[in-house]
Ligand binder design. Structure first.
Ligand code: ZN
Ligand code: ZN
Length: 280
């Protein structure tokens, strides 16, 4: 099967429209928000919305889908109210995805807000376990590697391994690797050696087969900056060679690439094409 490459598509025109537009600009995989990422409340998913979404997937043949959860969710929150609210929101997100036949939800790993990583990871593990227990079997949770801004967790592969270990390595707990984030977090994927070291480390701590999606974003900020700003493919601090390597790495061929770069309206098509043209 050919490598799947796509983009985070806006859903302002509906879920079906996100797929049709994605197909038009050359996507073979699509990421969406199923609710507004800055709000707790989500609109109900109607049968019509589901039908249109499934029809668009059938019509275009573009059928690989993933969703991204709300930015407000913090599964490691120190305040119990916020942690509960976060779990409820993520559970609702996964239920919406089950309805929409989206098999994966990408989630950031939360922040410890000054309480320390050890305690933060414990709370995150506890929350993750409950969420998995209370959600539909046909939707998996993909923990996203983060840049490590502020007190964010998930910027070291050890963090992912710890949550997986604490949850008992369930099949429904998977990973989304973000190129901009790992680079900003201190994994130097610019060079062949750095990339191999990253792959080696991820492979031994977590397992490459757990990567279900790769967020392909270049980085506006320099290596190790722990800052999260995405740049167009090949135009940031990571550069084109690293993306060429990733796109053609057979060890990651099972994981579709999704761009989350700026200027979606005009540049998604360009970034998807850049990655597609790197395939050899
Ligand atoms: Zn990402
Ligand atoms: Zn990011």
């Amino acid at each position: 099967m050919a490598r799947l490459i796509g983009a985070h598509m806006p859903t302002s025109g509906g879920f079906g429209e996100a797929v049709r537009k994605g197909s038009e600009i050359g996507c073979t995989a699509v990421q969406v928000f199923t609710s507004s990422p800055q709000q707790w409340r989500a609109k109900k998913i109607t049968d019509e919305m589901v039908e249109d979404f499934l029809a668009a997937r059938e019509e275009t043949g573009l059928d690989w889908m993933i969703s991204h959860d709300s930015y407000l969710i913090n599964l490691a929150a120190t305040e119990e109210d916020l942690r509960k609210k976060s779990m409820e929101a993520l559970i609702a997100e996964m239920e919406r995805c089950s309805k929409l036949r989206i098999p994966y939800v990408v989630s950031h790993m939360g922040a410890h807000k000054g309480e320390g990583e050890e305690k933060g990871l414990k709370r995150l593990t506890k929350s993750t376990k409950s969420v998995l227990a209370e959600t539909p079997e046909d939707v998996s949770l993909a923990m996203e590697t983060t840049a490590g801004t502020g007190s964010s967790l998930g910027y070291r592969f050890e963090h992912l391994a710890e949550v997986l270990e604490g949850c008992g390595w369930p099949e429904r707990l998977v990973v989304c690797l973000d190129t901009c984030h790992v680079f900003a977090a201190g994994y130097d994927i610019r060079t062949e050696e750095g990339y191999e070291a990253m792959i080696e480390e991820f492979g031994s701590l977590v397992g490459l087969e757990r990567i279900v999606c790769i967020h392909a974003n270049d980085s506006l900020h320099p290596f190790g900056s722990r800052k999260d700003r995405h740049a167009h493919i090949g135009e940031g601090e990571i550069g084109p060679e690293a993306f060429r390597r990733i796109v053609n790495d057979p060890r990651l061929a099972h994981a579709p690439l999704i761009v989350e770069t700026p200027d979606a309206e005009t540049m998604h098509e360009v970034n998807v094409r850049r990655l597609t043209e790197m395939l050899s």
